[in-house]
Every structure is written in structure tokens, then in C-alpha cells.
Design a protein around this ligand. Structure first.
Ligand SMILES: [Zn+2]
Length: 600
């Protein structure tokens, strides 16, 4: 599992004219001390000390990860490090850098060696570290060195030093002593984001396992918004657990930060926790339930059932995979299913969310799921950077419908997930593309999915909703409505509603309306608020095309009355609805999607 790291290491050592690679058991009793108290919080600093025992004078090569698994971009965590000091006993020892994120420490001989540094915790990003005067969250990938030549299998102890009345919340296992935790190996160590400071925490049992909810700042998620999220977590877990019949963790921790300066909401999954950062408007919102469902399902799909290209995690390089659409898109599909199967949202809302995904995919250039999966590491700027979420989710829905159709609802995508989960994670390895498609074929009674793969996963063909939805007793309904249009866009300004642009070929252009004009009234309706467009459309919905109306504008201090021609645009709105004439088989499939049931 450390092939590429060992290879890089021997180059470093040879170039330095130093010694042969260190034996794996040469670095023992690894311990990390993390200090965060009101004094260090004042300078947004985490103080970290790593210590371990060595048996000889060989240089120890220590690196920081270059990314946090789940956040598929390079993090440059090492740039936040300052005040590095290496000691053995009470004596300072020599250290230098072997790379921009790699340090070399030179022991004096057998004994316990320590390397300490300060880390600036000021990035409000769930793959990074961020602090306030009474709080910090950080990821192990940000601050915990790994010895490059000792493999990643080493166990370690983590000891926290903080104010006596501050709390700690982490997915790490508690040790014997207070504020002491342990990790079985380095992967576990850096997969556990941690809160230290003042925050709210409470817990509940689900299916015999403890679940914790830790939220910052104190008092922010209280009362109804807190009990609502707890209720949603209780409801969405059983449908998720039913997919693999397994709950492969002892406890699960949901870590949430609500912060005004954060635009939107974002969360990052881990094996027995997730860390979400949200604007406070997310409190009590359907979007919070949806993202929470997505991150919890990741504990099965990607943290355990993981593409072979990501197994094991290599912290020193990007790890692109063509299968990210399974890890992200199908997780998104199961989040939607958990919400509807758990009774958190209605079937109608499930159809609307699906339609919204169809429109998100249609709004960007056609891109193959496999290509979009690979490209996430570079963040394409053509609008397709995150399209493997909605498009992968829709591919999951299509596969679910096709498998249920081929088996008369006896089997479903759940069978694929269970087979791949047990055949990969269950055997301690990642899954391959062949394994995935073999499980799909098997669930569908041997039917080939080669064309499906070539057209919809490796290719850029549009998804065939007109043919597919009826198999599940659903249909795409398209409504075309005639909407009266002026042909301008506007924005608010100090003087009033200002024309921002005039559409080419529109009635507004023909009538001489100009960008910069201040709109005073439209057909006698004063333009005092942002609703004037809606009022205009409502008042003229049934009017005769080609008639004239009065539009008063101010231009250079002059008031002008313009009389544009009334024109209409056709606006197409699509929605998914239940087909009242669906066959009994199609109704079984629809019911199977919504409830998770199979059989007929
Ligand atoms: Zn995700």
C-alpha cells in the first residue's frame, strides 16, 4: 500500500547521500499532542507536536498530505505551518525540508524524538482548519505528519490540551485517559475531523449505535431546528441501512458549523462522521436534510465501497477515477431515496428534485460521466465541474428502473450496491468498473448494459426519459405557456429600477428603450418594487398580441412615454408526474422506487 511513497522516499534518501530506507518498526509509539486554548485561539493557532521513538540516527522523513479524501483537489496545508522545532529530550536537533510539504529530522541516536509547529487555522473550508476565539475545527490531513518510510499502518495516540470547560468532538476512539484518543492506523487518524472549544452536543441511539450531533456556535442550532434534524436523521437511517444490511461503525458524529460569512452549504464525508459548514439560513431547511442524507450515505458508498483507484488512499498525489459518478452521483440518488422512503419528503417532491437534476444537466455542455469524474481534480470552467452529481444520480435512477423492469421488481439497484459492497469492502479492497457492471448485469437477470455504458456513462447521449419513465409508471409532462415579455432586464439602483440590458430583436428595442433608462411605470403600474414584471405578466396574459401599452421611463432627467408592441414568448416547463394509466407492473416499480420494496 505504500509503493509510490516508498519509491519517492528512496530517491530522496539517495539524493541526500543518507542511509537505506528505515525498517517499518523503526518508528514506534507515535503520539500527537494538539493544543488549542483561549490564548492560541487569539492568534487562530493550533499547536501540534508529533513524537515517536527511533532506534538509531537515520533521518526521519515526515510529510503532510496534499489533499483531504472526499475533497478532490490539492490543499497545500503545509503553507499554514510556522515555528517548526525538532527536539530529542531537552536538546534541539537538526531538521530541514526535503520538499515543500516534507520535513527531515535528524535524531542524535536511539530515543524519543519530537517535532512541533504552529498551524494557522483560518480557512473556512471543510477540508481545512478554521478557528474562532472559543472554537476550532480541523482535519487530521491538515496537521498530522506521516513518516514516509514507515508505511501508514502505524497506530497512534492523540492527546488534546485545552481549557477545562471546553469540549472535544471527534470520530476518533476514546482512550483510557481524559482527552486522549487513539487511531488504529494513519488512514483512521486523518479521517476524523475534530471540534475543540465551546459548542452544543447531544446524542441519541439509532439501531443500537450512538449518534452525536455537535454544532457551533453554542445556541445556534437549538429548539425546533435541532429536533427537526434529529427526527430527519432517525427517519433516513433505516432506508439507508436496508441497502447493505450493515452498520459498519460503532458511533457516528455529525459536526455542523453555522457561519454568516459562509455562502451556501457544503459538507465532507468520513467513515463515521461528517463535517458540514452552512449559512444560518440552512437551519431547518430541506437542503440541510438532503446534504445530511448525502454525507451519511457516503459512510457506505466511498468511505467503504470505494473505487479501486482510491484504494488505499495515497495522500501524496491526486487520485482521479472514472467511477466518481458512482461514489458521488449514486450517493446523491440514495440521499433522495432516503428522504422519500423515510417520509421526510413527499413523492411529489422526489419527482421535482429529479426534474431539477434533469434541468441542471441540460443547462451545461454534454459531458460523459466518466470524463466528468476524472476532471473533478482540475475543476473545468465550462459549467460541467460538478455535473457528475446530478447526472450520476439520474444514471442511478435509470439503472434502478431498468433492473426493476428486467426482474419484474424482484431486484433493484440496492442489490448492485450490496453485491459490490460485500465483494470489495467486504474483502478489504476497492471495486473495479468490471465488478460494478457485472453486478448490474446480474441484478438485471443477465441483460447486457454495454450500450447503456457506451451511450450514457462513457458517451454524451441525452438520457431517454420519454422511454424510461413509463417503465416506472411516470411520465414527463411538458407545458407550454404564452408569457407577455417586455424584452428588458433590470436591476435596482439608487434612482430606481434601471434597465440593465435590452434584448436584441425585442419589442423594447424596436420601441427605443435604452440601457440606463429608469423605469417609472409599465401600463399604468408604478414600478416601485421587484414584482412589477409579475404584475405585468398577470395583467397582460390574455391580451391581444400586437396591441400597444405605455411604458414611462426617465432618461437624462426627462420623462418619456414609450409605446412598445405587446409580444409573447412561449415558455416550456417540464415536470414528472404519475401516470394514471400505468400498468400493474409499472406501478409495482414506482412503488418499489418510493418505498424500497421489491417483489410483486
Ligand atoms: Zn458527496
Amino acid at each position: 500500500m505504500t509503493n509510490s511513497i516508498a519509491g519517492a522516499l528512496s530517491l530522496v534518501l539517495l539524493a541526500g547521500g543518507a542511509t537505506a530506507p528505515r525498517a517499518e518498526d523503526d518508528i514506534r509509539n507515535v503520539r500527537y499532542d494538539v493544543t488549542f486554548d483561549s490564548e492560541s485561539a487569539a492568534t487562530r493557532t493550533l499547536h501540534i507536536e508529533m513524537s515517536f521513538e527511533v532506534s538509531n540516527r537515520d533521518a526521519v522523513v515526515l510529510s503532510l498530505p496534499s489533499w483531504t479524501p472526499g475533497a478532490y483537489d490539492l490543499g497545500d496545508f503545509a503553507k499554514n505551518i510556522r515555528n517548526v522545532r525538532a527536539t530529542q529530550g531537552t536538546v534541539d536537533i537538526r531538521w530541514d525540508k526535503a520538499d515543500f510539504d516534507t520535513w527531515r529530522v535528524y535524531p542524535n541516536g536511539r530515543g524519543r524524538v519530537s517535532i512541533a509547529f504552529d498551524y494557522t487555522a483560518d480557512e473556512l473550508d471543510n477540508a481545512h482548519a478554521w478557528s474562532r476565539p472559543d472554537f476550532v475545527f480541523f482535519n487530521g490531513t491538515n496537521v498530522f505528519f506521516f513518516p514516509e518510510d514507515a508505511g501508514l499502518e502505524f497506530s497512534s495516540e492523540v492527546v488534546f490540551h485545552t481549557e477545562s470547560d471546553w469540549r472535544i468532538a471527534t470520530g476518533l476512539s476514546s482512550g483510557q485517559a481524559a482527552r486522549t484518543y487513539s487511531a488504529a492506523d494513519y488512514h483512521e487518524l486523518v479521517d476524523m475531523p475534530t471540534f475543540v472549544g465551546r459548542f452544543d452536543v447531544d446524542s441519541a441511539q439509532i439501531g443500537g449505535k450512538w449518534n452525536r450531533l455537535a454544532t457551533y456556535p453554542e445556541g445556534r442550532m437549538a429548539g425546533q431546528s435541532r429536533s427537526l434534524l434529529w427526527d430527519q436523521i432517525h427517519r433516513l437511517r433505516p432506508p439507508m441501512e436496508a441497502v447493505t444490511d450493515a452498520v459498519p461503525w460503532e458511533h457516528y458524529t455529525t459536526l455542523l458549523v453555522f457561519e454568516e460569512s459562509f455562502g451556501g452549504g457544503s459538507a465532507l464525508e468520513h467513515a463515521n462522521s461528517h463535517l458540514g459548514i452552512y449559512h444560518p439560513t440552512f437551519l431547518g431547511s430541506p437542503a440541510l436534510a438532503s446534504i445530511t442524507a448525502h454525507e451519511i450515505f457516503h459512510a457506505w458508498n466511498v468511505k467503504r465501497m470505494r473505487p479501486v483507484d482510491l484504494w488505499p488512499y495515497d495522500y501524496g498525489r491526486p487520485m482521479p477515477t472514472e467511477l466518481l459518478w458512482v461514489s458521488e452521483g449514486i450517493t446523491d440518488y440514495y440521499a433522495d431515496l432516503a428522504l422519500v422512503r423515510g417520509g421526510i419528503v413527499s413523492a411529489e417532491s422526489f419527482y421535482q428534485d429529479t426534474q431539477a437534476k434533469i434541468e441542471q444537466v441540460a443547462a451545461v455542455p454534454p459531458v460523459a460521466l466518466e470524463d466528468a469524474s476524472l476532471s473533478t481534480w482540475i475543476g473545468p470552467r465550462d459549467g460541467t465541474a460538478s455535473v457528475y452529481y446530478p447526472k450520476g444520480s439520474l444514471a442511478g435512477l435509470m439503472l434502478d428502473i431498468l433492473i426493476r423492469d428486467a426482474s419484474d421488481n424482484a431486484r433493484s439497484l440496492d442489490d448492485v450496491m450490496k453485491t459490490v459492497y460485500e465483494g470489495s469492502y467486504g474483502r478489504g479492497r476497492g471495486f473495479t468498473e468490471d465488478q460494478w457492471w457485472a453486478a448490474v448485469r446480474e441484478a438485471a437477470g443477465g441483460r447486457s448494459f454495454q450500450d447503456f455504458h457506451d451511450d450514457y456513462v462513457d458517451g454524451r447521449a441525452p438520457y431517454p426519459w420519454e422511454a424510461l419513465l413509463p417503465l416506472a409508471g411516470l411520465r414527463l409532462r411538458v407545458d407550454v405557456t404564452r408569457v407577455p415579455r417586455i424584452g428588458i432586464t433590470t436591476n435596482g439602483s439608487a434612482e430606481g429600477v434601471r434597465v440593465a440590458s435590452v434584448g436584441p430583436g425585442t419589442a423594447a428595442q424596436a420601441a427605443g428603450i435604452q440601457p440606463g433608462d429608469i423605469v417609472v411605470s409599465v401600463a399604468g403600474v408604478e414600478v416601485g418594487n421587484a414584482d412589477f414584471g409579475a404584475v405585468f405578466r398577470a395583467n397582460f396574459a390574455g391580451a391581444t398580441p400586437g396591441s400597444r401599452y405605455e411604458l414611462v421611463v426617465e432618461r437624462s432627467g426627462q420623462r418619456l412615454t414609450i409605446t412598445p408592441e405587446l409580444r409573447f414568448d412561449d415558455v416550456r416547463t417540464a415536470s414528472i408526474e404519475e401516470d394514471a394509466g400505468a400498468s400493474p407492473k409499472a406501478m409495482r416499480i414506482r412503488n418499489g422506487l418510493l418505498t424500497g420494496s421489491t417483489g410483486n
